[in-house]
Design a protein around this ligand. Structure first.
Ligand SMILES: [Zn+2]
Length: 205
């Protein structure tokens, strides 16, 4: 079962030291990271003049779709005829982070009504299953589509009572908090996959 906030906190203290600070995640170096230090204070970055956006994977001819060409079967948690649920390949800072993809190459907004209905049902079940696990405070469901053109929706489960890991910054904390034990994480993936398969599809984790 997922770790308690106290267990995660003790790992943070063991990593950073009592009162210590965890290192910056890779997103701190991203061009799209919105903050920078100016004269010793945090400030929003300057907004640049409008320009060309970078091409997305699966849309730009120079950037093939990784879901269609390079999907890793080891990452599949659950799948059925139309959907594939994957994990990041290893534990991360949040107790569970999952990605739901369509099997076919299409984007959010292009699903027919039947697929859109299936997405709603699967997402609702997934959130309910994960939020019923011990020590989970909430599951955030996020669709960002600026990197890849293949339908993918994130499910970020956060630890209950671990402050200040709330709201949309929980996605950033996922790359900051030191990951927990792999066997705990794999057991939780197995639980989620088994419960989701009660409505159909195949558990793979
Ligand atoms: Zn694709």
């Amino acid at each position: 079962m997922p770790e308690s906030a106290e267990e995660v906190y003790q790992r943070i203290v063991a990593t950073a030291g009592d009162g210590g600070r965890l290192p910056m995640p890779p997103s701190g170096d991203w061009d799209i990271f919105p903050w920078e230090v100016v004269d010793g204070a945090l400030a929003p970055k300057l907004v640049q003049a409008p320009g060309e956006e970078p091409g997305r994977y699966g849309e730009d001819p120079a950037k093939p779709c990784p879901e269609c060409t390079d999907a890793d079967p080891e990452r599949i948690v659950w799948e059925d005829e139309h959907w594939v649920l994957t994990h990041p390949g290893q534990p991360t800072g949040l107790p569970l982070v999952l990605l739901l993809h369509t099997r076919e190459h299409e984007d959010f907004g292009q699903l027919d009504d039947e697929l859109a209905s299936q997405f709603g049902r699967i997402s609702n079940r997934l959130v309910r299953i994960i939020e019923h696990l011990p020590n989970i405070g909430r599951v955030h469901v996020s669709r960002w589509g600026d990197g890849g053109a293949h339908f993918h929706v994130w499910f970020f489960a956060r630890t209950k009572g671990l402050m200040p890991v709330l709201g949309s910054p929980a996605a950033e904390w996922n790359d900051i908090i030191p990951p927990g034990a792999e066997d705990v994480w794999r057991a939780d993936l197995h639980t989620v996959a088994a419960k989701l398969s009660n409505w159909g599809g195949d558990a793979r984790a």
